[in-house]
Ligand binder design. Structure first.
Ligand SMILES: Cc1ncc(C[n+]2csc(CCOP(=O)(O)OP(=O)(O)O)c2C)c(N)n1
Length: 326
């Protein structure tokens, strides 16, 4: 049990909302109604939800190109989310960012990011600001397994450990970076082992078990807030869809995909909720209907919103900074 009976049910509801939003997005994309490029998060919901549920609203996340689940779990307004993906002026970034750049600074969402690993140093920077100002905010950097091979990952983890920063590095190990199996791009058994190289706590959890992710993140966030430094948390999961929508996926078998679908994080949570006597099939149906109507309302909001005015292209490119104390 996770200590708070409402937590698992709330996390389940959030996973259903994310799954519903993603399935809707795929339909809209296939119908050529949704512009841009989609990297689906389906199958990985337990990680984003388990992590974000362990955070306070003022805590910070940085996300990835596969970031829909992260930002919705962190509380992104669903109307603004869909409007952003539709390229509408009512989007969270005024429709100028799209799928890979959803952000809301007020909610501590310091951006999805098309640069693999790009959010890792940004999260550490936010954690450094937190430790300098003493506001006790914790930052989380989401990343894929592929991101743990790039230089900024290693530089950032090194400095984060040396400076004892309140940051949690969450690796969503979904088996592949682009079209490359993890075993073909890393020669280590577990990504969490990399924590040893930098002198921080490393842990691997079942990323399809929302309770396990929530427990491990809560411990890591508590450590960070107590001033005990960063954690590298590896969540083992799987992406059900291709790397991007349209990926022909010659690099894996349908049997492999099906074996992971049998470990659906939503079904795992449903089984736990039934076992704990907290929910039944009728409640699951009601939760799915509620999610569908919220998503439909947000899609309608986005469709009815004005498109971005091309003459505003050069607005919001730079920000005026006041540099104090120099
Ligand atoms: C710095 C950089 N290098 C390469 C790319 C091209 N690219 C986009 S996604 C991707 C794979 C990322 O894999 P992973 O970090 O495991 O995330 P996943 O897609 O599995 O969620 C690559 C190489 C990029 N966007 N940025």
């Amino acid at each position: 049990m996770i200590g708070n009976e409402g937590t698992l049910l709330d996390m389940y509801k959030m996973m259903v909302l994310i799954r519903t939003a993603e399935e809707t997005l795929l339909r809209l994309f296939e119908a050529a109604e949704m512009p841009g490029f989609i990297h689906s998060y389906i199958g990985e919901e337990a990680t984003g939800v388990g992590v974000c549920r362990a955070l306070q609203p003022r805590d910070i996340i940085t996300s990835t190109h596969r970031g829909h689940g992260h930002v919705i779990a962190k509380g992104c307004d669903l109307d603004g989310f869909f409007a952003e993906l539709y390229g509408r002026a009512t989007g969270t970034c005024k429709g100028k960012g799209g799928s890979m750049h959803v952000a809301d600074l007020e909610l501590g969402i310091y951006g999805a990011n098309g640069i693999v690993g790009g959010g890792v140093p940004i999260a550490a920077g936010a954690a450094l600001a937190s430790s300098m100002t003493g506001d006790s905010r914790v930052a989380v950097a989401f990343m894929g397994d592929g991101a743990t091979d790039i230089g900024p990952f290693h530089e950032t983890l090194n400095l984060a450990a040396v400076w004892n920063l309140p940051v949690v590095f969450v690796v969503e190990n979904n088996g592949y970076a682009d079209f490359i199996r993890v075993a073909d791009h890393q020669n280590i058994e577990r990504i969490a082992m990399r924590a040893d190289a930098y002198g921080m706590v490393g842990e691997t959890v079942d990323g399809n078990d929302v309770e396990a992710v929530h427990r491990a993140t809560t411990a890591a966030v508590d450590r960070a807030r107590r001033g005990e430094g960063p954690t590298l948390l590896e969540c083992v999961t799987y992406r059900w869809r291709g790397h991007y929508e349209g990926d022909p996926q010659p690099y894996r078998t349908q049997d492999e995909v099906e074996s992971w679908k049998a470990r659906d994080p939503l079904k795992t949570a449903e089984a736990r909720l039934i076992e704990l006597g907290l929910a039944d099939a009728a409640l699951f149906d009601a939760i799915r209907r509620e999610a569908a109507s919220r998503v439909d309302a947000s899609v309608a909001f986005a469709r009815n919103s004005p498109r971005v005015d091309p003459t505003s292209a050069l607005e919001d490119v730079y920000t005026d900074l006041e540099v104090r104390g120099w």
